[in-house]
Design a protein around this ligand. Structure first.
Ligand SMILES: NC(=O)c1ccc[n+]([C@@H]2O[C@H](COP(=O)([O-])OP(=O)(O)OC[C@H]3O[C@@H](n4cnc5c(N)ncnc54)[C@H](OP(=O)(O)O)[C@@H]3O)[C@@H](O)[C@H]2O)c1
Length: 364
């Protein structure tokens, strides 16, 4: 068996078992109790299990010449039959991916402790590892290194994802008027529970998710397009549907869509489809949900943390190139989208519209 494969399996197991309780910590608040999901049990007969094994001597040195007769594998105390046994001593290159999104935050301290297992049990003397983290974007935390100390330092400093610090800033700025709650917009039970706990309110702005499904149409596989709909269209639908019934008369729903839906941008047909599907609902909803107003802001390229996963140099070059094609000659700022949202929320005579806040895409 390929040692890299076995290490990848071991690493996945390590991380998955560390992260497994995350869902449990993210259960929606108990009021009202969410409907119980039926429990499914699927009996599976496992014919063969591959078990990577790392063995050291009393001094902590790796043992490279272990013999098959010296190995006993127990499963719940029961000796297992070894059908094949291979030694691999070639150095490995491992990329470690750590999810730092809000839902994993309670477990991050435990995840940080796994670093030592990676350096001591997997890298050994000659291996190398790189570290990436991801929440709504991917960040490179450590280039490939064979220096265990360097890797461990990066691993122990894995920061929590962006959402928590942004929400803390909101609470800090608005004081007791603001309450925040993290909910997975793609998960209907949680969305339903959120609105049940919130009660009636005035305005709903839906700005989550986005991205993906960008590239030439010929290379746009169905799975990628479906994933892009899963990330944005369906959560928007769920949040709007469960939120709409609790909006007070005179209130509003504002969707944040994207310039690809209305402007003509090659290689963006996928993302145009996702945002276009949301925009297609605005006018029928504005009529059906009246007097609740329904609108959208359609942003062009805005300098938000969405782009921070890209190396800074590459990002700046992409921003500069995009800016040259815009009437206003620069990319947008989050405040400018916020201003457009504020207009739609506060102007009680505007409904069924989309504000294009995109610096003039296609006007040059
Ligand atoms: N920035 C642009 O250039 C641009 C251009 C056109 C349109 N837009 C649209 O504008 C909206 C906001 O984009 P942005 O640039 O602010 O993106 P962002 O910085 O990546 O923020 C997106 C936020 O959505 C959250 N999120 C993602 N999936 C979620 C889910 N299933 N449930 C709950 N929260 C979820 C993320 O939380 P985590 O961090 O925890 O993952 C993150 O806080 C998106 O709909 C995007 O398509 C942006």
């Amino acid at each position: 068996m390929d040692m890299r494969q076995s290490l990848a399996v071991l690493l996945s197991l390590l991380l998955l078992s560390s992260l497994a309780p995350a869902g449990a910590q993210q259960q929606p608040p108990p009021q009202p109790p969410p409907p119980q999901e039926p429990e499914f049990r699927v009996p599976v007969r496992v014919e063969r299990v591959t078990t990577p094994l790392v063995v050291r001597d009393a001094r902590g040195e790796f043992i490279y010449d272990l013999a098959r007769e010296e190995v006993t594998l127990l499963d719940n105390g029961v000796p297992q039959q070894l059908r094949s046994f291979e030694l691999a001593t070639q150095p490995v290159s491992v990329v470690v991916l750590v999810d730092t999104a809000q839902r994993v935050k309670p477990l991050l301290d435990r995840v940080r402790e796994v670093g030592i297992l990676i350096t001591s049990n997997i890298l050994g003397q000659f291996g190398e590892a790189a570290l990436l983290t991801f929440d709504s974007f991917v960040t490179r935390r450590q280039e490939f290194t064979s220096d265990a100390e360097e890797f461990l330092r990066a691993f122990e400093r894995i920061p929590a994802g962006g959402t928590e610090s942004r929400l803390a800033a909101v609470r800090g700025g608005l004081g007791p008027r603001a309450t925040t709650q993290v909910v997975d917009g793609a998960e209907e039970t949680s969305v339903r529970a959120l609105f049940a706990a919130t009660g009636v309110f005035d305005h709903l702005v839906i700005a989550l998710g986005g991205g993906g499904a960008v590239g030439p149409f010929a290379e746009l596989e169905e799975a990628r397009l479906r994933a892009a709909f899963d990330r944005k269209f369906w959560p928007f639908m769920l949040v709007a549907r469960h939120g709409a019934a609790r909006i007070r008369a005179g209130g509003s729903i504002t969707f944040i869509t994207g310039a690809a839906a209305r402007r003509v941008i090659p290689r963006m047909s996928g993302i145009a489809a996702v945002n276009g599907a949301i925009e297609a609902m605005i006018r029928p909803l504005a009529r059906e949900l009246a007097p609740t107003r329904v609108n959208a802001v359609s942003p062009g390229l805005i300098d938000t943390p969405y782009w921070h996963g890209m190396p800074a140099e590459q990002r700046e070059a992409m921003f500069a190139q995009t800016a040259r094609g815009l009437a206003v000659r620069r990319v947008g700022r989050p405040q400018e989208v916020a201003d457009a949202i504020l207009f739609l929320v506060t102007n009680g005579f505007t409904t069924g519209t989309v504000i294009e806040c995109d610096g003039g895409v296609g006007l040059v």
